[in-house]
Write a protein that binds this ligand. Structure first.
Ligand code: ZN
Length: 510
């Protein structure tokens, strides 16, 4: 009896010791943030990054283990730990064979936008797995508050998952931060107040580096694809400001339950695409993120006390150098246009099977074929895929091409790239043909992009900082999938349902 009691007490003590729970988990994802941005500009970081690098557990070799390395996939991994093959977030966009239409990772025709000018909304309904936020809420009956903020809908939504109290993103049509009826019928008062202060308008006509931003508001906001405001360091200021408001208004980290605030800085991605990762613009976006993160830390410290906050910083993918920059360095590389992939597949299928609208859509290096002409001619879909794949493989600077059938049946080279493709491929949603370029080749018409399974696209920072975390440099290889199960362990909640990560217990203070 005595022995049993002792065991129970010891077990309880151990559990208590492992359960030094933070009041708030602050997750900061930076969109298109290569790991080497931390080392390259280290001497210029005196604020948030400096604090993280000196007080955090810094992983120097964290990589994504899926292909393609895109925003939706990266953000879905961070707090789920799941591979896109399982989470269902197989692209930023894809052609949905069941719906018979182009969808995005978060588009949801059953919802409406809230806070903008209406129109179809978004939700996490295509995410098939749980996140750390979901697990927290399932464990405490929904008492934890979970909020996602970004300029991009997919980043805000996919970080936080299904049970989030709200996800907010920037709507270039209205210039407001908006959400969707998935979460609520009306924006919370604090978001309305923020929008009423017209925070984005102060950037009209302002000069960023040597770029004068448009005076006209619609031109300044642009579209979700091309936005002068988002493609400047100023875009991140809006995300940071709204995050501060969220901390204050939602009383995050002030109650007996752990809350989650997950934000994603979008501008680094837009700047990276428009100017390239080696540009002064990308440099400025990195250094200004350092300042913005510290600004948020200051607010969080005042409201919650940083001692009570577990911070996780990471990126959703890296980026390839601009081919033109690489050429000057005598490094390889080049550019293949998305439209070229489409034309090559279309021409090959026309030649073999006759006229028809053979390609449903091409997103980055993923090609989707139209099933209608295949069915009409009673063709074998796998054979049609192979015909298109053969033509694509004949293009210069294409390293590999795999068809849907090959990937689904595991008929890939059994090496790292084969595994990356398998991990990123969802059998129902994946493309008919997946194209892998040679290293340093990008599939994009922009100055730079992230469309490959190579290190520069996969290597990102992972830093944990906060109570119970042993600061230091950790050089072992880890996967970004390890973040979610590590958080779940710290928070003493169930590991997210699709997680394949390992618990980074080496960072736990003894
Ligand atoms: Zn991007």
């Amino acid at each position: 009896m005595k022995k049993t009691l002792l065991c129970l007490l010891t077990a309880a003590c151990l559990l208590t010791a492992a359960a030094k729970k933070p009041k708030l988990v602050l997750v900061i994802a930076i969109d298109q943030f290569r790991y080497d941005y931390l080392t390259r500009y280290r001497g210029e970081y005196h604020a948030g990054f400096d604090r993280l690098l000196t007080k955090g557990a810094v992983f120097t070799n964290a990589r994504y283990r899926h292909f393609p390395p895109l925003t939706a996939l990266g953000h879905s991994v961070i707090l789920s730990g799941a591979m896109p093959s399982v989470s269902g977030i197989a692209g930023n966009d894809w052609y949905d064979r069941e719906e018979g239409q182009h969808v995005t990772s978060v588009s949801d025709s059953h919802t409406q936008l809230v806070g903008g000018n209406g129109g179809p909304g978004c939700s996490p309904h295509r995410l098939l797995v749980s996140t750390v936020g979901d697990e927290l809420k399932m464990a405490d009956g929904g008492k934890s508050r979970v909020i996602g903020i970004s300029l991009k809908d997919r980043a805000a939504i996919l970080l936080v998952g299904h049970m989030a109290d709200g996800a907010y993103w920037f709507d270039p049509v209205s210039g407001n931060f908006v959400s969707s009826t998935y979460y609520f019928r009306e924006l919370p008062g604090w978001v309305k107040d923020f929008n009423d202060s017209r925070p984005a308008e102060k950037y009209r006509g302002v000069t960023w580096l040597n770029h004068k931003l448009p005076e006209n508001l619609q031109e300044l906001y642009g579209t979700s694809d091309e936005s002068p405001l988002e493609s400047s360091s100023f875009g991140n200021e809006l995300v940071e400001l709204l995050a501060e408001r969220a901390v204050t208004a939602e009383q995050l980290g002030r109650r007996d339950f752990t809350d989650v605030l997950a934000i994603s800085f979008t501008s680094n991605d837009k700047v990276g695409h428009d100017y390239g990762p080696d540009s002064p613009e990308a440099h400025d976006a990195a250094v200004s993120a350092d300042r913005l993160i510290e600004k948020l830390f200051q607010t969080v410290d005042r409201q919650v006390g940083l001692d009570n906050v577990l911070v996780v910083l990471t990126g959703d993918h890296g980026a390839a150098p601009s081919p033109e920059v690489n050429a000057l360095r005598k490094m390889p590389g080049g550019r293949i246009l998305v439209t070229t992939l489409k034309q090559v597949a279309q021409a090959a299928l026309e030649k073999k099977y006759g006229a028809g609208d053979w390609v449903a859509g091409t997103w980055d290096a993923s090609v989707y074929l139209n099933q209608a002409p295949i069915a009409r001619q009673k063709l074998d879909p796998a054979e049609v895929d192979r015909a298109a794949a053969q033509a694509l493989m004949a293009m210069p600077h294409i390293a590999r091409v795999y068809t849907r059938e090959e990937i689904a049946h595991g008929e890939l080279l059994r090496d790292d790239i084969g595994r990356l493709i398998t991990n990123g491929f969802n059998v129902r949603r994946g493309p008919d043909i997946e194209v892998v370029t040679d290293p340093y080749w990008i599939v994009s018409d922009k100055p730079a992009s992230h469309t490959s399974p190579y290190g520069y696209d996969l290597h990102v920072p992972v830093i944990f900082m906060g109570p119970g975390i042993r600061a230091g440099r950790y050089d072992g290889s880890i996967a970004v999938n390890d973040v979610a199960p590590t958080l779940a362990t710290i928070l003493d909640v169930e590991t997210p349902s699709g997680s394949v990560g390992r618990v980074l217990s080496e960072i736990f203070a003894q």
